[in-house]
Write a protein that binds this ligand. Structure first.
Ligand SMILES: N[C@@H](CCC(=O)N[C@@H](CS)C(=O)NCC(=O)O)C(=O)O
Length: 214
């Protein structure tokens, strides 16, 4: 079967944690893809001529030949099904329970913890921005993140479920919003996030973001 042509659309700042998740997914699969950007500040994603306009008008957007898909976790699941083992690396664990938990963590990180996302935007990670101390809501949200992540990582191993999975990258990003801001983060979680951040696929995305800033 010939390889499809893949195009990932990102915001032009490379600040989107959801674009990062798909970028890492493509890198981990070893799939060649081209990267294109839309400037969200200029509203380019709201122009009818943009490929994602008929989808959700948001990034990430993945083009696979003529097929267009948005929503980062839907994209990752599609990639894992279409480019499946044994030929391709896994993004989601093989075990059904672990796979379901991976999806649970991804859905949770995308729908809860709003105060952390608001008070600690990814510009603190990718552009070194400094923010005011967390509000009461931010502190509550951080405490919930710490409790949940500590329970998931109570086994003391470097990945959530033995082998790396995409939720490791997503969870590390959420924790790093706080780590990079100088907020107090439990040592086990800070170490986990630092370990995950060293992954080559993650570092490639960080480098993209740094190039934009430079
Ligand atoms: N749940 C979506 C979130 C995507 C999202 O919020 N994208 C933002 C950039 S981080 C965006 O495109 N914002 C522009 C808009 O909503 O108008 C996913 O996981 O892909």
């Amino acid at each position: 079967m010939s390889q499809p042509t893949l195009t990932l659309w990102s915001d032009s700042d490379f600040f989107s944690p959801y674009v990062m998740s798909v970028y890492v997914a493509l890198q981990e699969k070893g799939l060649p893809f081209s990267l294109k950007t839309v400037n969200l500040d200029l509203g380019e994603h709201l122009q009818a001529g943009w490929r994602g306009y008929a989808a959700t008008r948001r990034v990430p957007l993945l083009e696979v030949d003529d097929f267009v898909l948005s929503e980062s976790s839907a994209i990752a699941e599609y990639l894992d099904e279409r480019f499946a083992p044994p030929e391709w690396e896994r993004l989601y664990p093989h075990d059904p329970q672990k796979r379901a938990l991976t999806r649970q963590i991804q859905a949770w990180l995308r729908s809860d913890l709003g105060p952390i996302r608001e008070e600690r935007p990814t510009s603190v990670i990718f552009a070194g921005e400094k923010k005011a101390p967390l509000t009461e809501a931010g502190r509550k949200s951080a405490a919930k993140l710490f409790d949940t992540a500590s329970a998931l990582l109570a086994h003391g191993r470097p990945n959530l479920f033995g082998e790396w999975c995409l939720a490791d990258t997503d969870l590390a990003l959420m924790l790093n919003r706080l780590v990079f801001s100088g907020d107090a983060v439990p040592e086990l979680l800070a170490d986990y996030a630092a370990f995950q951040w060293q992954r080559a696929s993650v570092q490639r995305y960080v480098a993209l973001s740094a190039k934009r800033a430079g």
